[in-house]
Write a protein that binds this ligand. Structure first.
Ligand SMILES: C[S@@+](CC[C@H](N)C(=O)[O-])C[C@H]1O[C@@H](n2cnc3c(N)ncnc32)[C@H](O)[C@@H]1O
Length: 254
């Protein structure tokens, strides 16, 4: 998918706040081997590296556009690789800490995925993950509604992006069934205040809308964006707009 780091970074403060909450769950130890799955621009991976003294951190991501920005954060303790999360899991490298911020929602079948991720942890290792869990919020529903109507429905062959994220109870169970200890799973709502409906559109266009842009034919892309924008403007005519954003935190030791 064609990620655009500049559009993604337009809400840098809002997007990085959950990462710092995730860091609070990480047990501070020296000399860890660490992997950040879906590291994006690497900026937050760099903060993680500063936080974990003497540790070696590898950030992987499938997007060349995002990793271009990561070059800037490389050090002798922090490296980056262009690699898919699923491909990484097929390699037998193991780590003391596996962390992932706002990336695993792009991977399917979380029950199996989490088992596989846990299997690359060294004994005593920690998993710390944050995924957005606001897929039932109206902003996402409107996107699915637009995609579900013609001419987009026909062009997409009825495809609509389904969510991969499990409930908090299901994540807790997956951690337990994989012999996790010190299990922590909880949701947090981030109360974002955005300028207007256009700002919500910009937010979504950097992430959730990407698969639709990838699948739609060029001659429908602009109309799709305009139709979605109109729906947002109808629901959110006010300014500023309150955008409560729910995220799930998942952590355990193994
Ligand atoms: C929302 S961004 C988050 C980036 C970073 N973790 C952060 O918090 O700033 C999601 C990232 O996950 C990456 N991603 C999505 N699916 C992936 C996959 N299957 N393998 C590797 N990276 C993936 C995207 O390329 C993107 O950079």
């Amino acid at each position: 998918m064609a990620w655009n780091p500049d559009v993604y970074n337009q809400f840098k403060d809002e997007r990085s706040a959950p990462f710092f909450d995730l860091l609070q769950l990480v047990e501070l130890k020296k000399g860890l081997s660490v992997i950040d799955l879906g590291c994006g621009t690497g900026e937050l991976t760099s903060k993680l590296t500063d936080y974990l003294e003497d540790s070696k951190v590898l950030g992987i991501d499938s997007s060349a556009e995002m990793l271009d920005k990561a070059e800037h954060f490389k050090t002798n303790r922090l490296t980056f690789l262009q690699r898919g999360i699923e491909d990484q899991l097929n390699i037998n490298d193991t780590f003391d800490l596996v962390i992932s911020n706002a990336a695993l929602q792009w991977c399917s079948n979380h029950k199996e995925l989490f088992s596989r991720i846990i299997s690359i942890l060294n004994k005593g290792g920690q998993l710390a993950v944050q995924v957005p869990s606001n897929h039932y919020y109206i902003v996402h529903q409107l996107l699915r509604d637009v995609a579900g109507k013609d001419p987009y429905k026909k062009a997409l062959n009825g495809w609509i992006r389904d969510h991969n994220v499990l409930t908090t109870e299901e994540y807790a169970r997956v951690l337990f069934e994989n012999k996790g200890t010190e299990i922590q799973v909880f949701e947090k709502v981030y109360p974002h205040i955005l300028e207007d409906a256009e700002a919500i559109f910009t937010w979504i266009s950097a992430t959730t809308m990407l698969p639709y842009m990838e699948k739609l034919p060029d001659d429908l892309k602009e109309n799709f964006k305009n139709d979605y924008k109109k729906e947002l403007q109808t629901i959110f005519p006010e300014t500023p707009v309150f955008y409560p954003f729910k995220r799930t935190f998942i952590s355990a030791k193994f």
